[in-house]
Design a protein around this ligand. Structure first.
Ligand code: B12
Length: 224
């Protein structure tokens, strides 16, 4: 039954049908469905919204509507996410949506997921310039710099940010690992950006960073 409800959520979000999206999310939650799976289903619907926009089947108002629907779904799913996503990783993440981009739904989800797994997150907000990232890296010495963005133009901002941080490595007490995220990033974009890691999924991003933190904590063989 729940697979059908999840598919219904994807379809309702894609159709920008707020009432149906909310009704199905409530039904899924009441049926004991995982909040992670519910949010993933909604995220798939958002991809279709993007395609509809590209094909000029919907316009800017449709994107705005999609954002509102996703927010409403997150309000319902968040308590469940907080129960499901638990971990005791520690590590400090500096996070922001890069210059020129104001998409923040994914960034906020990434922030929530990192926090749920025990990371400390400093969220710099949206439209964050490379210089602002560097300034914050110098001030806070984070383990990880996470950059979010969905626009093609954001890939250039990500590339500039990664390059600026690397070019100041000798002034930093710790060179942070860099990870970029966003549903429009692919292998080719990732290669262009040059960050250490990339992902289109917040959970996967957290796992990558957990692995990185474990790696730096593991004592070197033979060391006292
Ligand atoms: C909703 C939406 C909007 C809303 C955003 C609301 C908000 N507050 O964020 C509004 C209406 C503001 C908007 C505006 C625009 N948008 Co828009 N938008 C979308 C849409 C439909 C969904 C994005 C979304 O929220 N997805 C759901 C979230 C949860 O997914 P996500 O972001 O991928 O995040 C997940 C992972 O990627 C990951 N993640 C994200 N960041 C990070 C970071 C780290 C470190 C980690 C580890 C993980 C991680 O975690 C999340 C959960 O798993 C997309 C379509 C798409 N394919 O994405 C278009 C899309 C991104 N928009 C697009 C466009 C063109 C625009 C506008 C230029 C439209 C216009 N003419 O004005 C403006 C740009 C404004 C700007 N300067 O940024 C295009 C971009 C095309 C391109 N390649 O450049 C897209 C792809 C639509 C399309 N197919 O044409 N948009």
């Amino acid at each position: 039954m729940t697979e059908g409800v999840l598919a219904g959520i994807t379809t309702a979000v894609a159709a920008l049908d707020e009432r149906q999206s909310i009704a199905l999310v409530k039904q899924a939650l009441e049926g004991g469905e995982s909040s992670v799976r519910i949010v993933r289903a909604a995220q798939d619907g958002m991809q279709t919204v993007g395609l509809r926009y590209e094909q000029q089947d919907i316009f800017l108002a449709g994107l705005i509507m999609a954002g509102e629907i996703f927010r409403a779904i997150m309000d319902l799913a968040q308590p469940g996410l907080e129960n499901e996503l638990v971990g005791d990783a520690s590590g400090h993440v500096l996070l922001g949506t890069v210059a020129g981009d104001i998409h923040d739904i994914g960034k906020n989800m990434a922030a929530l997921t990192f926090r749920m797994f025990g990371f400390t997150v400093d969220d710099l907000g949206t439209n964050v310039s490379p210089e602002r990232f560097l300034e914050a890296v110098k001030a806070a010495s984070p383990d990880i710099v996470g950059m979010s963005g969905l626009l093609s133009a954001a890939f250039t901002s990500m590339r500039d940010t990664v390059a600026l941080i690397k070019s100041h490595a000798d002034e930093l007490t710790r060179v942070p690992v860099t990870i970029v995220g966003g549903g429009t990033i692919d292998e080719m974009a990732a290669r262009y950006i040059g960050a250490d890691h990339w992902t289109t999924d917040a959970m996967e991003g957290v796992r990558i960073c957990q692995g990185f933190m474990e790696g730096i904590r593991r004592p070197v063989a033979g060391a006292r």
